[in-house]
Design a protein around this ligand. Structure first.
Ligand code: F6P
Length: 324
């Protein structure tokens, strides 16, 4: 391997810049070239490349978003699109790739590897933490802290007005963000896709909390929750069935994906970047770098995509006890 291409793809997440920096500097350390590929697979198809040296990534470790930009490419899903991308990589003498993104990014990378036998390593970057083979994806820790801070602020106004708030948080089909911020911010209830609480139990729990003297309440709802109602319908449902509460809804949205990465995410990104590049230099391919028991470990990309990132069931119990 003489020249590595690095790109970010899919939904951005805090820590992606720190990972780009790590990939670029690890290449420089090993005296090989590094090229930034803009807008993920879109830029690969168009040949939107830029050589990157160690100094070109100064001052980005603390920045949210991704300096290489990100996109979700439909064209890369076609054989023609991938062929164009391959030709651009060959023309630029790029002989290895580091893909930073989530499961869609890794699926694309695997297909590309299969078709062209192109060496590729993955770094999990998504706030959702929904990737098998790592306890933490890049950006997850930062998102947790961003969301907890936002909920703390909502709680201030909720308690001033004795209100009940339904707060929707991101996570796609996974409840990791909801469960952790729910405990961290002291929510009454947490609705996640992995556990069907049921509407009756929700009402009961809210009634109980009212009777126990609580004047305000926070219910965290994961965007992928399967209770059958979205946050606005939940508001209507609770208002119809429990007149004692003045109910409001807050959908936190994309602010959850922004902001300066936490120290944890910066360190994780730095470790993952080193491992991704050094794995390519060792002749490895088709693997994702992850964190397992605080050690950097690799998992085959297909397992990372197909495997399920299990929710920590102990947290569900802790949450139940805490809302007593
Ligand atoms: O995967 C990250 C994520 O922020 C999810 O939590 C959310 O469901 C989705 O991306 C939103 O995607 P978009 O930015 O395309 O609206």
């Amino acid at each position: 391997i003489k020249k590595i291409g690095v790109f970010t793809s899919g939904g951005d997440s805090p820590g992606m810049n720190a990972a780009i920096r790590s990939v670029v500097r690890t290449c420089a350390f090993h005296n090989i070239e590094c090229v930034g590929i803009y807008r993920g697979y879109e830029g690969m198809i168009e040949g939107d490349f830029k050589p990157m040296d160690a100094r070109s990534v100064k001052g980005i470790i603390n920045k949210g978003g991704t300096v290489l930009k990100s996109a979700r490419s439909l064209e890369f899903m076609t054989p023609e699109g991938r062929k164009k991308a391959h030709q651009h990589l060959l023309d630029a003498n790029i002989d290895g790739l580091v893909a930073i993104g989530g499961d869609g990014t890794f699926t694309g990378a695997m297909i590309f590897n299969e078709e062209f036998d192109f060496p590729v390593m993955g770094i999990p970057g998504t706030i959702d933490n929904d990737i098998f083979g790592t306890s933490h994806t890049l950006g997850y820790d930062t998102a947790l802290n961003t969301v907890v801070e936002a909920i703390d602020k909502i709680r201030d106004t909720a308690s001033s007005h004795n209100r009940l708030f339904f707060i929707e948080v991101m996570g796609r089909d996974a409840g990791h963000i909801a469960l952790n911020v729910g405990i961290g911010a002291g929510a009454e209830e947490i609705l996640i896709p992995e556990e069907d609480l049921g509407l009756e139990r929700l009402l009961e729990s809210l009634r109980r909390s009212k009777q126990s003297g609580k004047s305000s309440s926070i219910v965290i709802v994961a965007e992928g929750d399967k209770i059958g109602k979205n946050v606005f319908e939940l508001k209507d449902y609770v208002e119809e069935n429990m007149i004692e509460y003045d109910v409001r809804v807050s959908v936190l949205g994309h602010m959850q994906r922004g902001g300066s990465p936490s120290c944890f995410d910066r360190v994780l990104a730095s470790r993952m970047g080193v491992k991704a590049v050094e794995s390519l230099l060792d002749g490895k391919t088709n693997l994702m770098v992850g964190l397992l028991s605080d050690k950097i470990a690799v998992t085959p990309l297909d397992q990372a995509v197909k495997g399920k990132s299990e929710i920590n069931m102990e947290l569900l119990r802790v949450s139940d006890i805490m809302s007593t």
